[in-house]
Design a protein around this ligand. Structure first.
Ligand SMILES: Nc1ncnc2c1ncn2[C@@H]1O[C@H](COP(=O)(O)OP(=O)(O)OP(=O)(O)O)[C@@H](O)[C@H]1O
Ligand SMILES: [Mg+2]
Length: 225
């Protein structure tokens, strides 16, 4: 499986999720993490360590899809950490993927910022209909409810919002700063459980087709169709 985290908006948790999902998958299989962001956050994280639990390769270039597919063939799973902005690189990341997850903070602002990413995924789906795409709620604070704009946008696109949500939790930030995954830094934490739940939900989705329900939009979104 090639799984990418992509959203043109910066700071939504793409690198945090990529590293920790790769770490979760690496507990039972051979995993590659492709750093497709020229900021190199995932590569910087790897450079803090002597050994990484998965291989990390930098590939922040346009038309990276072919190279990504070639190298991914040697691994059971590949996770791609996508860039903010960089449209051309993002296009390559999306086309190389089996599953695209768009991390979104549960507020209206990140919805607008994701519109372009959603458009890119839809464009890719016209040439690769098997490409799956879903939203994953990231950096959720407390009991915030997912904004109606997000539910509407998901319903409009027919993209599910995964049931697993990743909350704003200090150990996520701290672990990356010291070059660890959440499973090394806080193995028994709620944060670690959230990543495990996300990985198992995505695994089931890929294996069994869509058990993840597309959330219903508001009246306004439905009448716009
Ligand atoms: N669930 C979380 N809980 C706490 N802090 C988080 C969480 N997710 C991300 N962060 C912190 O928020 C900041 C941005 O996260 P991250 O780098 O993963 O986002 P990104 O989408 O990859 O950003 P960019 O677009 O710049 O690549 C980092 O400092 C990270 O430690
Ligand atoms: Mg990043």
């Amino acid at each position: 499986m090639i799984l990418s985290f992509i959203n043109q908006k910066g700071g939504v948790g793409k690198s945090t999720l990529s590293i920790n999902v790769a770490a979760a998958l690496a507990r039972s299989s051979r995993v590659l993490l492709i750093d497709a962001d020229e900021q190199g956050s995932a590569s910087a994280w790897a450079s803090l360590r002597e050994e990484t639990p998965f291989q990390v390769v930098g590939m922040a270039r346009d038309n990276m899809a072919r190279d990504a597919l070639q190298i991914a063939a040697d691994f059971a799973h590949t996770v791609i950490d996508g860039p903010p902005r960089a449209q051309k690189i993002a296009r390559g990341v999306i086309i190389a993927s089996d599953v695209v997850l768009i991390p979104i903070e549960p507020s209206g602002l990140s919805t607008w910022a994701a519109v372009e990413t959603v458009g890119q995924v839809q464009e890719a789906q016209t040439i690769k209909p098997t490409l799956k795409c879903g939203f994953v709620v990231s950096r959720k604070i407390g009991q915030t409810v997912i904004g109606r704009e997000i539910r509407d946008m998901a319903a409009e696109q027919g993209f599910p919002i995964l049931q697993s949500e990743v909350l704003q939790r200090v150990p996520f930030a701290e672990s990356l700063t010291v070059g660890q995954s959440i499973f090394e830094y806080a193995p028994d934490s709620p944060a670690a459980r959230e990543i495990e739940a996300l990985v198992s939900e995505v695994g089931a989705w890929v294996k069994n087709g869509s058990k993840t329900k597309v959330q219903r939009g508001s009246k306004a979104a439905r009448s716009n169709r």
